[in-house]
Design a protein around this ligand. Structure first.
Ligand code: GDP
Ligand code: IMO
Ligand code: MG
Length: 436
């Protein structure tokens, strides 16, 4: 009865949503464990396209349960809007969505502080999604956060909201000369959402425990990726949560002994949104071609994604930290037109070779990628469903990625649709998934 995590190995947008959607049929519960509506997971089903920001992608599968775990940060108004939007598309939440009573709430002052702080950073800005994610996690760590459970205790809520708004207004005025916020209106709007959210709120850790006891299988849906992880990413150009497989446990209350496998999702090239080092970024026509073919625009903010070549040290690092037994390589079809495909096999910094990603982000920012070029296949791979049907050069490219990252490739995605996927039937991770 295997429980599995799907986690990003690069800088986000690897296609985690598609892989979760694809594997959903083998699981009963899909749980988000970190991040918030900074995520954007696109799932294409036939002619219909859904972009999920906060709600686990499993909601698109009738009969599957979805959990928003304690590690997620929730903008309550945003959540209700996303639910309404999905309901208008025919998705039913009835008894299928549970929200942790321990999850922290993103409130308007988090967005205000983030906006002011990002502006103040000038050239050093992180390039956040402006969703209030960072300041909400700051409050959580500072032990002044407001949690979902607080919504149902008006006196507690009132006291916390007024105390926090007072502190934030002092900060906003003194540091950023920004406008103050009105505590009463924030409190009123929270009261208005509390009733609507109540039917979905539960102690999800205990619920998950019972679900596992009843033989239900869990799929953890990662948001962001390991190189945006607060501990392991390209700090400070990261998000403020644990996007790796460890986060799946702390962010849901499921014990480490109950996570049985991890699939790392990697694009066949690389992208990044926002600031921070990205050694393999290509700013010339090839980068533009990757963006155009991969339609690389942020699902949350619409920003053009920075595009570049596959970075082996980055994904090898991810494999190690995530314990990714297997990789799903996505968007290989985007590479179909290239005559040669460079792969970064290490970095050169000043006069030394770097084989692994350095902790010093400023070193990584100056490091030059060392490339090995591989022949392209210049044939369409769109929709191919068997490895043997892939052009030989594409098979060789995948073999190289597997060898260099020291990971088994269990899946290859050849298009956004569910059925546009190669699944390596003999892979150990699939055996694990199918184990009864
Ligand atoms: P996530 O945040 O990791 O879930 O990824 P996003 O949804 O933000 O970005 C991935 C994008 O690539 C989405 O628009 C997907 O529909 C699309 N996609 C996923 N797999 C493939 C693939 O194999 N080929 C192509 N061309 N598009 C894909
Ligand atoms: P999914 O789940 C790509 C990036 C932002 C910014 C940094 C910090 O779709 O892969 P934040 O608002 O989180 O404080 O911003 O992280 N970022 C993402 N980039 N995909 C995402 O999510 C991202 N979520 C945050 O662009 O650089
Ligand atoms: Mg995304």
């Amino acid at each position: 009865m295997a429980n599995l995590a799907i986690v990003g190995t690069q800088w986000g947008d690897e296609g985690k949503g598609k892989i979760v959607d694809l594997l959903c049929e083998h699981f009963d519960v899909v749980a988000r464990y970190q991040g918030g509506h900074n995520a954007g997971h696109t799932v294409k089903i036939g002619e219909r396209q859904f972009v999920m920001h906060l709600i686990p992608s499993g909601i698109l599968h009738p009969g599957k349960f979805c959990v928003i775990g304690n590690g997620v940060v929730i903008d309550p108004e945003y959540l209700l809007n996303e639910m309404a939007q999905l309901e208008s598309l025919g998705i039913s939440f009835n008894g299928r969505l549970l929200i942790s009573n321990r999850a922290h709430l993103i409130l308007p002052y988090h967005r205000a502080v983030e906006k002011a702080a990002e502006e103040a950073l000038g050239d050093r800005k992180i390039g956040t999604t402006f969703r209030g994610i960072g300041p909400c996690y700051e409050d959580k760590a500072a032990r002044v956060g407001i949690r979902v459970c607080d919504l149902f205790y008006p006196e507690v809520l009132h006291e916390k909201v007024f105390a926090n708004v007072k502190t934030k207004n002092t900060l906003l005025a003194a540091l950023y000369h920004a406008e103050p916020l009105d505590a009463a209106s924030i409190y009123d709007s929270l009261q208005a959402v509390a009733d609507k959210l109540q039917p979905y709120v539960a102690d999800t850790a205990m619920w998950l425990d019972q679900a596992m006891k009843a033989g239900k299988r869990l799929l953890f849906e990662g948001a962001q990726a390991i190189h945006l992880d607060l501990d392991h990413g390209t700090y400070p150009f990261v998000t403020s949560s644990s996007a790796g497989s460890g986060g799946a446990l702390t962010g849901t209350g499921v014990a480490p002994t109950r996570l049985h496998g991890v699939i790392g999702v990697a694009k066949a090239y690389a992208t990044r949104v926002g600031g921070g080092p990205f050694p393999t970024e290509v700013k010339d026509a090839a980068g533009e071609e990757l963006r155009r073919r991969g339609y690389e625009y942020g699902a949350s903010t619409g920003r053009p994604r920075r595009c570049g070549w596959f970075d082996v040290p980055a994904v090898r690092y991810a494999r190690a930290i995530l314990g990714a037994d297997a990789l799903a390589i996505t968007k290989i079809d985007v590479l179909d037109v290239f005559k040669e495909i460079p792969v970064c096999v290490g970095y050169r910094y000043k006069n030394s070779d770097l084989k692994e990603m350095p902790a010093e982000t400023y070193v990584l920012a100056e490091a030059q990628p060392v490339y090995k070029n591989f022949p392209g296949w210049q044939k369409s791979t769109v929709g191919i469903t068997a490895l043997e049907s892939m052009p030989q050069a594409a098979q060789d490219y995948l073999k190289v990625l597997s060898e260099m990252t020291e990971a088994e490739i269990a899946m290859v995605s050849t298009g956004p649709e569910r059925n546009q996927t190669i699944v390596k039937e003999g892979s150990s991770i699939l055996k694990l998934i199918k184990k009864k």
